[in-house]
Design a protein around this ligand. Structure first.
Ligand code: S3P
Length: 450
């Protein structure tokens, strides 16, 4: 993909549905009893992987790609069926970590894996708490990575091996409620333990060092589970009766972030982004923009199913560097590649700390951000847990290898739109993981002015 310097961004756009909420809608829709209709579902590769896994688990799911609508016929907590092949999550960390929690509570065996990036990402962080709950889960290569084998020791109820789906109820899938103190502020870890906790014999609690995104908690509560939060601790009662309900998914703030930043750094831009999720556990990007002095207004604020959304009006702004660290980090973790780009256009120093989690995302994002921004002419250095950027140096075009990391491809498309010369993005198609048609939207908002 070749990207040249952009015209000012003008007009209004909508953003595809939130990725985190889309995954959870399929999972809870499957575990509830009855028909769940999901509107503005994200038809990105990651969420389609979640759908394909639940189809293999015997759930009927109708997908209307054009209308971005999904209908799930939920079978209840005990309605999943033994899959007849390996569950493949593709590139999706959310799918493998959350679904593993659910699979540990089933009375049948399963094996779950994903692409080469997934097979390098840490799964010990979910294996440890699941084993504490009494789960039978192990990394096949014994390296704390996928493929993961779950309930492999469970025995067939009958000697007739052709009846594949009928397993002995021994101790398989019997989990106990625990209080897990997570060493990382990770919604994937928290959600994995909570989803396993649906099947436990007592209350499950998760305490995290800082509050991570809370979509699982909000949606579980909407579906009828008894779940509460006190400070950084979530408590869930086991075996709720989950009732199907319709879900309207707001636009993904992590996808909106690319165009928020583009409008801030490309002179004379004025862009309205409609119906974006602004859940306070996800809105760190907006707080950072405000701290930097950005001209951003929220309009038309709404609540739907516990989630908040708004229209966001962004005007090109003069920005200043800031320090970003501590408990705000989990609320903007996926936005750090584009925040690094933003910081190059802010006067002065921006320091990002406490973000070592970036090393275990779809790529080592500290390395990718620093190498690529340096190649574009930025003054940036990597630190152990983040980076330091001296903003204000003009950027120029270069060749960027996305390394198949969607957020690197999109962040550097925006950097290229605000830089001199031409940039080539290698492996650009990975944007389909979270934002199909990203390049078309970028071209449309940029061409409106010409
Ligand atoms: C996600 C949680 C975050 C985030 C990921 C989606 C989720 O990961 O980076 O893109 O949907 O729960 P961690 O929980 O590992 O921080």
């Amino acid at each position: 993909m070749i990207i040249n310097k952009s015209h000012p961004l003008k007009g209004s756009i909508t953003i595809p549905g939130d990725k985190s909420i889309s995954h959870r809608a399929i999972m809870l829709g499957a575990l509830a009893k009855g028909r769940t209709e999901v509107n503005n579902f994200l038809m990105g590769d990651d969420c389609l992987s979640t759908i394909s896994c639940f189809k293999k688990l015997g759930i009927s799911i109708d997908v209307d790609i054009v209308k971005q609508k999904v209908i799930i016929q939920g079978e209840g907590l005990d309605g999943l069926k033994c899959p007849d092949s390996i569950l493949d999550v593709g590139n999706s960390g959310t799918t493998i970590r959350l679904l593993s929690g659910i699979l540990c509570g089933q009375s049948f065996p399963s094996t779950i894996t994903g692409d080469s990036s997934i097979q390098k990402r840490p799964m010990g962080r979910i294996i440890d708490p699941l084993v504490m709950m009494g789960a039978d889960i192990r990394s096949i290569a014994n390296n704390d990575c996928a493929p993961l084998q779950i309930n492999s020791t469970c025995t067939l109820k009958t000697n007739n091996t052709s009846i594949q789906r009928d397993y002995q109820i021994d101790d398989t899938g019997k989990l106990k409620g625990i209080h897990y103190h997570s060493p990382v502020a990770s919604a994937q870890v928290k959600s994995c333990v909570l989803l396993a906790g649906l099947y436990a014999d007592g209350e499950t609690q998760v305490t995290e060092p800082a509050l991570s995104r809370n979509h699982t908690e909000l949606m579980l509560s909407e579906f009828g589970a008894k779940i509460s939060r006190f400070e950084n601790t979530i408590r869930l009662e086991p075996r709720p009766f989950l009732t199907a309900r319709n879900i309207n998914i707001p636009g993904d703030i992590s996808s909106a972030a690319y165009f928020i930043v583009a409008a801030l750094i490309i002179p004379n831009s004025e862009l309205l982004i409609k119906n974006v999720g602004i859940n306070p556990t996800r809105d760190g990007i907006l707080k950072v923009c405000h701290m930097m002095g950005a001209d951003i207004t929220l309009e038309n604020i709404k609540y739907n199913g516990g989630e908040q959304s708004a229209d966001i009006l962004i005007r090109h702004s003069n920005l200043k560097g800031i320090e970003i660290s501590g408990k705000i980090i989990p609320t903007l973790i996926d936005e750090i590649p584009i925040i690094a780009v933003l910081s190059c256009f802010a006067e002065g120093k921006t320091i990002i700390r406490d973000a070592e989690e970036l090393k275990v995302k779809e790529s080592n994002r500290i390395e990718e951000i620093v190498r690529n921004l340096s190649n574009m002419g930025a003054d940036i250095i990597a630190t152990d847990d983040g980076m330091i950027i001296n903003g204000g140096r003009p950027l120029h075009g270069t060749v960027i290898d996305s390394k198949m990391d969607h957020r690197i491809a999109m962040a550097f498309t925006i950097a290229a739109m605000a830089s001199h010369g031409s940039t080539t993005i290698l492996n650009p198609e990975c944007v389909n993981i979270s934002y199909p048609y990203f390049y078309d939207v970028a071209k449309t908002v940029s061409d409106r002015y010409s």
